[in-house]
Design a protein around this ligand. Sequence first.
Ligand SMILES: Cc1ncc(COP(=O)(O)O)c(C=O)c1O
Length: 397
Amino acid sequence: MSDEGSSAADGAARIAELEGALAVRRDEGLARTRRTVEAPQGRVVTVDGHDLLSFASNDYLGLANDPALVEAARAAALRRGVGAGASHLVCGHTDLHEALERELAQFSAPCADARALTFSSGYLANLAILTALAGRGDAVFADRLDHACLNDGALLSRADLVRYAHADADALAHRMRASAARRKLVATDAVFSMDGDLAPLPRLLDLAREHDAWLVVDDAHGFGVLGEGRGSLAHFGLASQRIVYMGTLGKAAGVAGAFVAAHPAVIETMLQTARPYIYTTAAPAMLAAALRAALRIIRDDTARRAHLFALIARFREGARGLPWPLLPSPTAIQPLVCGDSAAAVALSERLRERGVWVPAIRPPTVPAGTARLRVSLTAAHTAADVDRLLAELREAA
Ligand SMILES: Cc1ncc(COP(=O)(O)O)c(C=O)c1O
């Protein structure tokens, strides 16, 4: 190593550049921090030694620490160990993954004879869908409030990314008509992750039919919750071979990962060509075992959803008099819009000092000027928990 290479000055300009950018982020109130949780997910979690009533997780059905899931994972770990060893196409694909895929395809099929493919995360699943189905010369039409990974998938595919006004099917129609792209693909969150509202899926499917386009439905926040747990397609009663359905398994399903359910030709194309599927290690079989247990609960335990929807109604009723506008969300995601980032952070901090955890969500995750508290309700909460949150919000107002 040269003298220069070993000196403290080596790389200093590059480091200073990063530190300058981080300081700007802090000054603008946009620095992100992590809190270290020392307990399982649930209505109450321990953070830095303090118990907090949590409205922060996407564990909508309260499954992340469910005994049936934990036992399924434990039993599978004892039989199969904890590591998958390699990618699905090398030696990481097991009978437990295979069974899970079959069960998911049956439960949330977007068309007759659908197949499913599992992924380690929803982020990877969206990258895989977009890169498998779109390429140079094609156009991906995306809602302005789509999750970042749909947009990233579109960018990675090299198709043109055309964004349309949030949940505005007329704006989409206009943009699709104006496009001369060879192939078209419409990509949307079904339940918008930071707003909780629903995409107008029936109209989007009509437009996809009119333009012979794919419709990619990201149901990260609808699977397990809407349509008797089957998700947003069942909620709207939609089915088509042109729908590519993506559900995540780390939110309502309580574990980790994601799946794509679609026509067998779509699934086989992804298996053969999608780099985010091919070039990554499979999720451990023990997670597939836990997910099969989760799927049974999602299918059979309708009381959890009924309880969750009662809590949603209770919260919306109680939040009416608050100074922060409530968005038109019928789902477990109930944002309170504060506007200013600093105001959202201050409100979140104040609640935390009072033992209630509601994260502040700021730009660029949400549009500038719409920083918010993202209240997330779960079936693990009680009516008294919701009342306590409302009381603390009233107090803070
Ligand atoms: C709408 C949406 N799509 C995809 C994802 C990514 O899923 P995952 O967390 O499994 O990577 C998320 C969550 O973070 C999401 O909210």
